[in-house]
Design a protein around this ligand. Structure first.
Ligand code: PLP
Length: 397
């Protein structure tokens, strides 16, 4: 019988949507953003992207490239010239001999994380993830059917990992360790010794290091250390992109640096997902990487100035247990409020018109914190921070 013409009198109950999609954990930040969206005059300290526009010459060169024909599919791994530019940049920063064959251009750094994780994990594998850490790591693992195991980073240890704990968590099913420095949400920057120890662990246990270095250009003291400069290159997958350094979040352009064999697998994985990142965005990234870098330093200096404002507002209160050294976030201790982080953040929004991210978004270790992003102009930032401080100091706890 022809199945198309077989119309039963009443339709059978529809089969359910995919379990992996329906059970995907929703981030608490979405709840706050939805609440904040409907309110006038909110001071936004929840937004995780630079508040500047993309530098004009990058935008201009992207338009020129589009007019000249950058409107078509590109290879899965990205435009050859952009891969070369990324390889040159990474080699110069890390001292590693990186070639274009090791570069995959992706749709944002999140695309690179998705590709990297799916290149190394099978369903049932484990990956060590930072707590506190960016929640999207766990979402990708959820989609891959893999299991995240959290390693904690505590404020009394400057939000650095306890590497003995990291090592203890590694079991026969562990494939990779995810690390993020400069880190979201803490602003910690791992020193050389910590990065070297990750390298030693990778060597000893045969696991991959997936190193999310998207905030590499936003460092206020000293230099960040790349995993690729200290760990064996055959087990490092480095993630970065143009989003934060060049104020280009909306262009959705990132990259993965991986051993050539894994890079080739990663390029293949892009075919059924995005095929390739958008050609105009690749052209813009080329302009960003090949052009003058003054704006990157100017942005960094603005974030440093704002970091200093955060420090000044909270000085002597005990509410800022760690002064961020990179990225554009700080964790504020809300312990004295006696509230959980989601209800505290909701309350702060309703009473003081200040939007923050509840710490629980970043893992259970962060339940006594809210995250503030210094991605708002100085005066508003100061006002928002003062309201948060005063609300906490007025708490009974
Ligand atoms: N990694 C971390 C730690 C982030 O905080 C973010 C964005 O907030 C990303 C990766 C994603 O970057 P992109 O916008 O390039 O996908």
């Amino acid at each position: 019988m022809n199945r198309r013409n077989d119309h039963p009198a009443s339709p059978a109950p529809l089969r359910p949507a995919a379990r992996r999609a329906s059970s995907m954990p929703r981030s608490a930040i979405r709840e706050i953003m939805a609440m904040a969206a409907g309110r006038p005059d909110v001071i936004h300290l929840e937004v995780g992207e630079p508040d500047f526009g993309t530098p004009g010459d990058i935008t201009e060169r992207a338009f020129e490239a589009v007019r000249a024909g950058a409107t078509r599919y590109t290879p899965n791994a990205g435009m050859p010239r952009l891969r070369e530019l990324v390889a040159g940049r990474v080699a110069a920063r890390t001292g590693a001999a990186v070639t274009a064959a090791e570069i995959v251009i992706t749709t944002g750094a999140i695309g690179a994380l998705f590709t990297a994780l799916n290149v190394v994990v099978d369903a049932g594998d484990e990956v060590l993830v930072p707590d506190p850490g960016w929640p999207n790591y766990e979402s990708i693992l959820h989609l891959a059917g893999a299991t995240p195991l959290r390693y904690t980073m505590r404020p009394d240890n400057a939000f650095l990992p306890d590497l003995d704990e990291v090592e203890r968590l590694i079991g026969p099913r562990t494939k990779a360790i995810l690390l993020n420095s400069p880190g979201n949400p803490s602003g910690a920057v791992f020193p050389q010794a910590v990065m070297e120890r990750f390298g030693t662990i990778a060597r000893r246990h045969g696991v991959y290091l997936i190193s999310d270095e998207i905030y590499e250009d936003i460092v206020f003291e000293g230099e960040p250390v790349s995993a690729l400069s200290v760990a064996p290159a055959d087990r490092v997958l480095l993630i970065s992109g143009v989003s934060k350094s060049y104020a280009m979040t909306g262009w959705r352009l990132g990259w993965m640096v991986a051993p050539a064999q894994l890079a080739a697998l990663g390029a293949g994985l892009q075919e059924p997902v995005t095929s390739c990142p958008a050609a105009p965005s690749q052209a813009a990234a080329m302009a960003a990487l090949a052009g003058p870098q003054d704006e990157v330093f100017r942005f960094r200096d603005i974030f440093k100035r704002r970091r200093d404002i955060v420090e000044e507002v909270f000085r002597g209160t005990g509410l800022l247990p760690f002064v961020p050294r990179g990225a554009f976030y700080a964790l504020i201790d809300i312990g004295r409020s006696g509230r959980d982080s989601l209800s505290f953040a909701k309350d702060l929004l309703i009473r003081d018109n200040v939007a923050t991210v509840p710490g629980i978004t970043f893992g259970p270790s962060c339940e006594n914190f809210v995250r503030v992003a210094f991605t708002t102009e100085d005066r508003k930032l100061r006002t928002g921070l003062e309201r948060l401080r005063d609300r906490l100091l007025a708490s009974d706890g």
